[in-house]
Design a protein around this ligand. Structure first.
Ligand SMILES: [Zn+2]
Length: 350
């Protein structure tokens, strides 16, 4: 644990014993939307997971128990309704959301929610539901893990060279460095570095590098079992207290696309829910947290009443198309005091 994290832990423990987070949540007009991704033991995953993406089932259960005791847990629909009325009596209001539709939302999080009778909302990237497709970020993790396991076949090397287009130079260098076995840093660090770099690419650049990764590491990618929910799981949860809404169809950054693409994506994602007879909330969740004036305007025109971004902005005057959420993951919220500070104090969640 680094010094900064240690200092944060000590500070959180001190503030918690003084009831600072509890008091902050009790202030009138206070609401929070929590954002979870995966609920899984990282060792259970077949490829390395980014730290910011998972909470262990044990931490998740403890967090839900804490919320039950200290907060007023509302469904997202109830919270959006209260916000639209500008209800200043709202206090300690918390809504729980999950992004993407991972299979562990059903296998690990749902049993805990059901036992504690806690409502939650899951935002599905509908193109991935019921399929064994993977996000590009996970494909990168699989590729890096494969190289670290000793895979860099001659064919893959040849492909990397022949397919080497303008934007692949970095990829090539990273993969050769990895294969040489002397990066001097953890797999996690390498993956996070690559993802950070690729996230700065535009759609065309990203498409190019991912074509190369698909070609070179197709064997490993194809071996990875389904990571997302099936529609049967969605239907089951939907009948038992879990609500669903759209996180787009494609899960692409919707600020980098033309309006036609955006409108089409929204039509397709709505059709997916309809075809599988799953009711949805008129609330949207921006893929990657990216939004701009166009996305907000098109969503409103398509009938969405609210949309969720990433960030801790949460007051009664918040723009309904830009409701803030606090990301919860194990590295920053594995104790009650860290969790309580994270969800209540801006300087812990910013
Ligand atoms: Zn997402």
């Amino acid at each position: 644990m680094g010094m900064k994290m240690l200092a944060k832990r000590l500070l959180a423990a001190g503030l918690y014993s003084l009831q600072v987070p509890q008091r902050k949540l009790s202030q009138p007009g206070t609401w929070r939307i929590l954002m979870y991704h995966r609920v899984i033991e990282p060792e259970q995953s077949l490829y390395p997971l980014e730290e910011g993406i998972y909470t262990t089932p044990e931490s998740f259960a403890r967090q839900m128990t804490w919320l039950k005791k200290h907060c007023q847990i509302l469904s997202l629909a109830e919270l959006v309704e209260e916000l639209s009325k500008g209800n200043s009596n709202l206090t300690k209001a918390v809504a729980i959301t999950f992004d993407d539709g991972w299979d562990d939302t059903c296998s690990n999080a749902y049993p805990i929610l059901r036992d504690l009778n806690i409502p939650a909302t899951v935002f599905l990237a509908t193109d991935y539901i019921g399929t064994d497709k993977l996000f590009w970020t996970d494909k990168v993790a699989i590729a890096v893990a494969a190289i670290e396991d000793g895979f860099l076949l001659t064919e893959a090397q040849d492909l990397l060279i022949t397919e080497n287009k303008q934007y692949d130079q970095l990829l090539l260098e990273i993969f050769y460095t990895l294969a040489s076995g002397d990066t001097g840093v953890s797999t996690q660090t390498v993956i996070e570095y690559i993802l950070r770099t690729f996230k700065g690419y535009n759609r065309e650049q990203l498409k190019t590098v991912m074509e190369v990764i698909d070609k070179c590491f197709g064997k490993f990618i194809a071996q990875t079992p389904r990571q997302f929910l099936s529609w049967a799981e969605v239907q089951e949860m939907s009948q038992r207290g879990i609500s669903f809404a759209s996180h787009s169809h494609s899960h692409e950054n919707l600020t980098g696309c033309l309006e036609d693409f955006l409108r089409n994506d929204l039509t397709v994602t709505a059709d997916c829910f309809k075809n599988h007879k799953v009711k949805t909330l008129p609330v949207f969740c921006y893929p990657g947290g990216y939004y701009n004036d166009q996305t907000q305007a098109v969503l409103s025109a398509c009938g969405y009443q609210a949309a969720l971004k990433v960030g801790c902005q949460s007051d009664l005057t918040a723009n309904p198309m830009l409701l803030g959420r606090i990301g919860i993951h194990d590295d920053i919220s594995s104790s009650d005091s860290m969790f309580a500070c994270r969800i209540s104090l801006d300087f812990f969640s910013g």
